[in-house]
Design a protein around this ligand. Structure first.
Ligand SMILES: [Zn+2]
Ligand SMILES: [Zn+2]
Length: 243
């Protein structure tokens, strides 16, 4: 009989799922930044998150010296309508993202998503659906979860906007990490790496969620695929942005 468990949800994962509330009672979570017991990230540390300084590029949200578009967007307009990034990727935000991503602190997704939603107002869009930047199935099985999808689930609840089904937007090529690549290599690295199901995305505005935006190359590549598949528009929303 086919298993109905989610991809990558191993027995160990399921055991952790049931054990977490018990473990939280015995060993209350500690703030990943200041180590105080009580929460995955405490309110004091959340308040140190630094919003991206204005003015930012009206398309990709990169800080610019004068309001308008940055040089890159002026020369080569990305496919997404625009990107909203809440905070600078540094300090406590960076520690939180790395813990969510690499240290299995999945419960950080809720306070981080709520913090994002405080900083970035829900974009006005009709027929909106929320989607996460997809991870290749091999990498997701290895890690056990997609951290961007955890943020997307929390934002969907917070904003009351439905999620796009996970099979409708996929990463079909297991691309190497974008970390350390320059812009042109990033664009090349993610070219043709995604698939979108036109039945699911046609006429919808897709709010595309990721943890960090660096150059916007990944969001741009996915936006192109979504628009080709019939999406009305794509708006990127990320917790943080490299500055
Ligand atoms: Zn703290
Ligand atoms: Zn720009």
């Amino acid at each position: 009989m086919p298993s109905e468990k989610a991809p990558g949800r191993s027995m160990k994962e399921q055991a952790q799922h049931w054990m977490t509330p018990v473990l939280d009672l015995l060993f209350p979570p500690r703030c990943i930044v200041c180590k105080q017991p009580g929460a995955d990230i405490c309110s004091t540390c959340l308040q140190t998150f630094m919003p991206v300084p204005e003015p930012v590029c009206e398309v990709c949200s990169e800080p610019v010296s004068t309001p308008g578009l940055c040089d890159r967007c002026r020369q080569n307009r990305p496919a997404f309508f625009r990107v909203y990034s809440a905070y600078c990727y540094e300090g406590a935000v960076q520690q939180a993202v790395q813990a969510l991503k690499y240290r299995r602190r999945k419960s950080l997704s809720k306070p981080l998503a709520l913090s994002l939603a405080e900083q970035v107002p829900l974009p006005a869009a009709e027929n909106a659906l929320i989607a996460a930047v997809p991870m290749h199935v091999d990498r997701q099985t290895q890690r056990g979860y997609n951290h961007a999808a955890l943020l997307a689930v929390e934002l969907s609840k917070r904003w009351g906007i439905p999620l796009l089904s996970s099979h409708a937007l996929r990463r079909t090529v297991n691309t190497k990490t974008q970390v350390g690549l320059k812009y042109t290599d990033r664009v090349e690295n993610v070219k043709g790496a995604f698939y979108a199901d036109s039945h699911e995305v046609t006429d919808h505005t897709i709010l595309l969620i990721d943890d960090v935006c660096t150059t916007g190359a990944t969001l741009d590549a996915i936006a192109r695929i979504l628009l080709t598949a019939g999406a009305e528009a794509v708006i990127g929303i990320t917790l943080a942005r490299t500055i």
